[in-house]
Design a protein around this ligand. Structure first.
Ligand code: C5P
Length: 313
């Protein structure tokens, strides 16, 4: 039976992610890079709400437009956040339009996005918002699209978007859109710190091409297998010593403060630290929640204010 269209507002959490490892295997003919990456969603992220026009008290949004979009930036945002944020958040309206077109529906209402993930952080904020929009509106509009059908739409929105549909840790290959869910991983306690300056994804890959990074898929699979074994056995130090991010050197060459942030996380007492995705956010691994909070305090005392604690889910 087809699910019913909701006439009430619906809300959905859009988790950020970290890359626990990221291996770039080479450049493809379509211009994208072949990846082998272990990613995990976080218990920290954005929130999205759909309000159908019938549930908006004064339906000022009723009109030609099918849906309107409102961004709610964090209260304490630094310069440029909302400006860049709005641009990236267009992924939400693109996702909504793509889904409406695929389903052949016209839906009037408003999409609100409470944004915490900063753009150009490597935390997948825009991609997660887009995936959450597909899942939320699929439900709100009573479409009943299956996950594989949504995944086809997701891949058209960005390489990372299909990962967020799965909602669990996963090994992602291809340009990132082939997702293999991974079970049995313990929740990791992390401290995430983003330098003021972000890294545009395309720039990090372009810089890597200059540095000529290539890898073997069999070796990449083997490295990921060892990393997963270490995590499952709780051998955090072994994991931290072996993990890699092929884009880290390239991104650090573009944004000098990435190196400083990694040094500071090490100095603050992390078990290990690395950059997530194409940066510029850096991740520090802690042994437990109290350890993570202590590291966060040290980072903030050193003026790394854009720092927070979180766990993988
Ligand atoms: O797919 P997405 O829109 O997130 O990609 C942004 C940019 O990052 C691409 O245009 C491309 O330059 C680069 N990219 C890449 N290889 C990937 C993913 C992204 O070169 N696997």
């Amino acid at each position: 039976m087809r699910p019913r269209r909701s006439d009430q507002p619906l809300t959905r959490f859009a988790p950020a992610k970290v890359n626990l490892s990221l291996q770039v295997l080479g450049k493809r003919e379509d211009g994208f890079h072949e990846l082998h990456t272990l990613m995990a969603p976080l218990s920290w992220g954005d929130r999205l709400r759909w309000t159908p026009v019938s549930a908006i008290p004064k339906a000022t949004d009723r009109g030609e437009q099918e849906f309107s979009f409102r961004l709610h930036p964090p209260a304490a945002c630094h310069d440029g956040f909302s400006e860049i944020g709005v641009e990236e958040d267009n992924l939400v309206t693109r996702a909504a339009r793509l889904l409406a077109d695929a389903a052949g529906v016209v839906a009037h209402g408003r999409i609100d996005l409470w944004k915490h993930t900063r753009p150009q952080a490597g935390l997948g904020g825009g991609s997660s918002d887009a995936a959450a929009a597909l899942l939320l509106l699929n439900k709100a509009w009573g479409l009943g699209f299956t996950k594989p059908r949504l995944a086809t739409l997701a891949a058209r929105l960005g390489s990372d978007v299909p990962f967020f549909l799965a909602g669990s840790p996963a090994v992602c290959t291809g340009r990132g859109e082939r997702v293999r869910a991974i079970g049995g991983l313990p929740a990791l306690h992390l401290v995430v710190s983003q330098p003021h300056e972000g890294v545009p994804t395309a720039d990090a890959f372009a810089e890597l091409a200059r540095q000529n990074g290539n890898g073997d898929p069999i070796e990449a699979e083997e490295r990921t297998r060892r990393l997963l074994n270490a995590l499952r056995a709780g051998r955090l130090r072994a994991f931290a010593e072996r993990t890699v991010n092929s884009l880290q050197g390239a991104a650090a060459a573009l944004v000098r403060s990435i190196g400083d942030t990694l040094d500071r996380l090490a100095w603050a007492g992390c078990v290990g630290q690395w950059m997530t995705g194409s940066g510029s956010a850096c991740v520090g691994l802690a042994v437990n929640a109290a350890h993570a909070r202590a590291i966060e305090g040290i980072m903030k005392a050193e003026n790394n204010n854009n720092t927070f604690v979180t766990t993988t889910r």
